[in-house]
Design a protein around this ligand. Sequence first.
Ligand SMILES: Nc1ncnc2c1ncn2[C@@H]1O[C@H](COP(=O)(O)OP(=O)(O)OP(=O)(O)O)[C@@H](O)[C@H]1O
Ligand SMILES: [Mg+2]
Length: 362
Amino acid sequence: MTREELLSFLGTITDPLTGQNLVLANRIQNIQIENNRIAVIFAFPPKLESRIKSELNFKIVEELGKLAPGFEIDLHFGNPDATHKKSSNLPQIKNIIAVASGKGGVGKSTISVNLALGLKSLGLKVGLLDADLYGPSIPIMLGLKGKRPEIQQVYGVSKIVPLSAFGIPVMSIGFVVEPEQAVILRGPRLAGIMKQFLEDCLWPDLDVLIIDLPPGTGDIQLTLVQTVPVTGAIIVTTPQTVAVADAIKAANMFQMTGIQVPILGIVENMSWFTPKELPGSQYAIFGKGGGQHLANLFNTSLLGQIPLIMSIRESGDEGKPSIQDQTSDSGIVFKQLAQNTLDRLLYRNQTLAPTEKVKMQS
Ligand SMILES: Nc1ncnc2c1ncn2[C@@H]1O[C@H](COP(=O)(O)OP(=O)(O)OP(=O)(O)O)[C@@H](O)[C@H]1O
Ligand SMILES: [Mg+2]
């Protein structure tokens, strides 16, 4: 089944609200066809009656099942515009996704940057917050090194205006202090800065704010979950056993009683290396299967496996993220990662209650 075939099938189904077909009525938010699985995300208003939803679901599953026998059919009646946070000091931000890991250097910042731009290319409004206050790398990865944000007065209060890179708003401690100075920051200062970045920044209306965290489970992670309701966390790991062992600790933090941030999925980075001279081969330099193992442990999905590709490192260093060339090997994997993440995000918002901000205990 091709995308076109799927769309033309959906064009034969009547939209229960307008009487037009589903395609003309603009109900198709996202479609995905891979490995014998068809996933369609529909955009319906949040209050669509569940009876209508289940009738539509049955009809599509039955008819599509005949057209594409052997395919698993996965339908989400999502509402991308719904806000999934009960109360928030950031009402203009619909979803907050934290990108975390146990070990350092596994690729959180690389994933955050490419995921943010990938989600933007899927039509979402996305922002990026570099919360690695000890070692900010986003300024370099987005070509913003040395830039300073402006301060704007809003009703007499000073607010920081995020910088813009490739069309998305970005904030980082690296815009405020030199990266070498960041390491001297300690607990209470860190919490203060995190709060400022969330509350005293002029973030525009966003579907998703991606937050790139430092490795591990420290003050920054705790301040984050105490300051805003985090919609979900993405855990980045390499396939290596020691990285996975540390990633389990990071994931456990989000799942602790009282915190309960859903794990949206796992990204396995540096999964294998394919030399140019041997295009069909995959060398599992850091081992195999770690990402899937972690996804199984936390009952979540493996959002993607990103190979070791020299251009990913180079484009990070040059401030030109890989995803910007969506036809390159790395662009293709990052685009798929963004699709899978959006899919999981909508699924999460349909199946789970909004996250609540963690109550301060100290
Ligand atoms: N798939 C990949 N292929 C090649 N190089 C990669 C890949 N992923 C990340 N890198 C490179 O590895 C280095 C570490 O990545 P990155 O800074 O994203 O990790 P991190 O988890 O954010 O690190 P830290 O814990 O220090 O914040 C960077 O130089 C980056 O360009
Ligand atoms: Mg980083």
